[in-house]
Design a protein around this ligand. Structure first.
Ligand code: PGA
Ligand code: ZN
Length: 419
């Protein structure tokens, strides 16, 4: 049984150069685990709350010294030497200690760092690879690897707003292995670099998640360029490679209208607009097609797209069990984007994953736009049998840490992508 001996933490920097939290958990057995937490930019308003220092003299107020202190002092005192036999015991105890509905006192960043560091230490204590530890929490061993949805083009908040929608991703349907999926994506990416040079005279500058971000005139050009890049790689759109889009629509929704390409669309017009994209390109997933507060629109979007593309909720759901239950009851989505730090502990994220699955939804397990070199996400995505995994582009080391870990898991387990 894992018993915590000591918790320590420090402030480190993420891929945007902003502070985040890294925690180390030492167990009485001598096993230890270290983990760090990511941070979003296009965040949902129902996300669990991070504790930041708000000291404008350091990192523009984003420092994490307070969250680090909460681990080094209060959490270490309260959890060290206690009989917390399982991940669940630990996470529930931390939620109780925090005592707020959104983890605003101790901080979701502090709680998640401890939750993940404990997971790693507990896995080491039993000599398990981390993905297997996560699979045991779920109670099911994965039959295949999650299919990657890989960022090709970026816009929205991750690319300074040159185009409103946030991500256009490629989904290598024709790849039987992670190895082949990455190889195909590299060819498409090179095609996109060349296209950007020719069409826009753009150097291959990348956005927060490593996607290319030339000055697109609008989302349709983003889609058209994706199709051309796939074709330039000698691949067939729809057969070898499909497309997934994250509109992150909450971030261009103001006063009941979607401000897209110079137009101000109401919810129904926005749904028609999205349906039009499905006519032009083999799109299999629409994430946050509508805003997080547009609860009336989402069921209509689902009815419109059902059977053709996933209606995937990110900001809408915030990996939050209550919001997922509401969306299931309202028939507002059919897939969950799972981001552990939106809810703040491993156990609560697992509960959300289970809820979504029980409703017959698909689950896509996702990184954040601000990441560290930590690779736990790859283990989590495999261990929880994610249908999809969303990490970002195949550039930038914080992304590659996860892709490379997926490659390692692939060769370790012999698992392949779903048939
Ligand atoms: P975020 O973006 O990490 O900035 O929230 C990722 C996403 O919207 O899926
Ligand atoms: Zn999103």
């Amino acid at each position: 049984m894992p018993m915590i001996d000591r918790l320590t933490a420090r402030e480190i920097l993420d891929s945007r150069g902003c502070p985040t939290v890294e925690a180390t958990c030492e167990l009485k057995s001598g096993a230890r685990g270290t983990a760090s937490v990511p941070c979003g930019a296009s965040t949902g308003s129902a996300e669990a709350s991070e504790v930041r220092d708000r000291d404008s003299k350091r990192y523009g107020g984003l420092g994490c010294r307070k969250a680090v202190r909460h681990i080094n002092e209060e959490l270490n005192r309260a959890l060290g030497g206690n009989d917390l036999a399982t991940q669940r015991d630990l996470d529930h105890r931390m939620v109780e200690l925090d005592g707020t509905p959104n983890k605003g006192r101790l901080g979701a960043n502090a709680l998640l760092a401890v939750s993940l560091a404990y997971a790693r230490a507990a896995a080491r204590e039993r000599n398990l690879p981390l993905f297997q530890y996560f699979a045991e929490l779920l109670g099911k061993f994965p039959r295949c690897l999650p299919r990657p949805t890989i960022n090709l083009f970026s816009g929205g908040k991750h690319a300074g707003g040159q185009v409103e929608i946030q991500d256009v991703m490629v989904v290598p349907l024709g790849a039987g292995s992670m190895e082949t999926a990455l190889e195909m994506t590299h060819a498409i990416y090179q095609g996109a670099v060349e296209l950007g040079r020719r069409k826009y005279g753009a150097r291959p500058l990348t956005a927060d998640e490593g996607g290319l971000a030339p000055p697109f005139p609008g989302p349709e050009a983003m889609l058209e360029d994706t199709l051309q890049s796939i074709t330039a790689a000698g691949l067939e759109p729809g057969r070898d490679v499909a497309i997934a889009i994250d509109l992150a629509a909450s971030h261009f929704f103001r006063k009941g209208r979607y401000h897209l390409g110079g137009q101000a669309l109401d919810s129904s017009a926005m749904i028609e607009h999205i349906a039009g994209w499905l006519q032009r390109a083999p799109i299999i997933s629409i994430e946050d097609g509508l805003a997080e507060e547009d609860w009336e629109g989402w069921p209509k979007l689902l009815r419109k797209l059902a059977g053709r593309a996933l209606v995937l909720g990110d900001d809408l759901l915030c990996t939050n069990a209550r919001r997922i239950e509401r969306a299931i009851a309202a028939r507002a989505a059919n897939a969950l984007l799972l981001k552990v730090n939106q809810v703040g502990t491993v156990t609560e994220a697992l509960e959300s994953c289970r809820l979504a699955r029980a409703a017959g939804w698909k689950v896509s397990i996702s990184a954040r736009s601000g990441e560290t070199e930590d690779d736990w996400l790859a283990d989590l995505a495999v261990g929880w049998s994610g249908d999809y995994v969303k990490i970002g582009s195949i550039t930038h080391c914080e992304r590659l840490a996860k892709y490379n870990r997926l490659l390692a898991i692939e060769s370790l387990t012999g698992l392949s992508l779903p048939g």
